[in-house]
Design a protein. Structure first.
Length: 193
């Protein structure tokens, strides 16, 4: 992929959307920085080193990285802040994907775990990862108390939802100055005219 990107005429590229693999991401980031091209990335399973490269790129170009491009997952992650009101509850994330999914737990589950733990101020067990069939992606957050249980769930019905989210992110990112952004930033910030 990086070889293919290197062959592109930077004058013909206004933005790069990358859903490749973590081992290719550093090369994509470098190309975008070199050519001052905004980047939307939905690559999952990235290391802290790659997160640092996204941050570095954000100092010179607009960069949006999300482990899941679904706008529904972005809203779900925002809803997790409300769980801070549930004193004495235990929490568990469960995720289901098709049997060919490589990362386990998924990048989305890890993102939701990090967001949940920050919201409730306590650690939760590692997400339960279930693989089978052709499931596109189901993510559940369980809040379990002695007298009641609350379940939040997102179910991706197809892969188009991720493409639509990436396209919306791309259109929004083209209007932003250099910086490191998330889908939540896109949902929070007014669009420049």
């Amino acid at each position: 992929m990086v070889d293919q990107v290197e062959k592109l005429d930077p004058k013909q590229v206004s933005l790069v959307i990358d859903f490749s693999l973590p081992e290719l991401t550093a090369g994509v980031i470098a190309w975008c920085m070199k050519n001052e091209t905004p980047l939307v990335s939905g690559v999952t399973g990235i290391s802290n080193e790659l997160k640092a490269k996204f941050a570095e790129a954000g100092r010179s170009i607009p960069v949006l990285w999300a482990p899941n491009m679904s706008l529904g997952v972005a809203v779900l992650s925002r809803m997790l802040s409300e769980l801070k009101h549930l004193s004495g509850f235990e929490f568990q994330i469960e995720e289901l994907h098709h049997s060919r999914k490589k990362d386990k737990p998924s990048g989305t589950a890890l993102f939701l775990q990090e967001t949940l733990e920050a919201a409730v101020g306590q650690e939760a067990p590692e997400p339960l990862a279930i693989r089978g069939g052709g499931i596109f992606g189901i993510h559940r957050i369980w809040a379990m108390g002695e007298e009641e249980t609350l379940t939040l769930e997102h179910n991706a019905m197809n892969r188009r939802v991720f493409a639509r989210g990436a396209m919306k992110a791309a259109q929004w990112l083209l209007q932003q100055p250099a910086g490191q952004y998330t889908l939540n930033d896109m949902l929070s910030l007014p669009t420049k005219t």
